[in-house]
Design a protein around this ligand. Sequence first.
Ligand SMILES: [Zn+2]
Length: 187
Amino acid sequence: MSHLKIEQGRLNIARQIASPNFNARPEQTEIRLVVIHNISLPPSQFGGGYIEQFFQNQLDHGKHPYFETIRGMQVSAHLLILRTGEILQFVNFNDRAWHAGRSSYLGQVECNDYSIGIELEGSDDLPFEEAQYQQLSQVIVALESAYPKTKKHLAGHSDIAPQRKTDPGDFFDWQKLRQLLQQTRAT
Ligand SMILES: [Zn+2]
């Protein structure tokens, strides 16, 4: 069992930060997939609060050359797990966040319609933090309880958009996550 709770589409321990980048899921859509991503701004640099600003369309694009390359992008995820393990929620789970882009899972396109997107603060070239795995496994088991169709449907962004995306990357330890999930479900 997870020690986290989800009520009315919100994770109880998450710091709630509203992103304007969401809309309604198509009617009668059951949430049935969890997608794992990584993000860091600038790439491979952590802290600074730039991801939060980006998801709120409030990033100062003059602050770094990389930020110019993402000007005008309107994206979000339901959750962001920082390096410390702190969890931020930008979009209610019952709404459609804009994290997957053009994508397909088991032949079903437009994963944003029916998935929950979780960003880990990280990059393709660095290991993730223990605290992030711990929190991620707790979150996923809580999501399985609130949205039972997500059970056994866990994918990386690179799995659902293999031509375009590489995250969460080779440093993401799927085996470790699966072990933590088993432990969390069993206790
Ligand atoms: Zn991604």
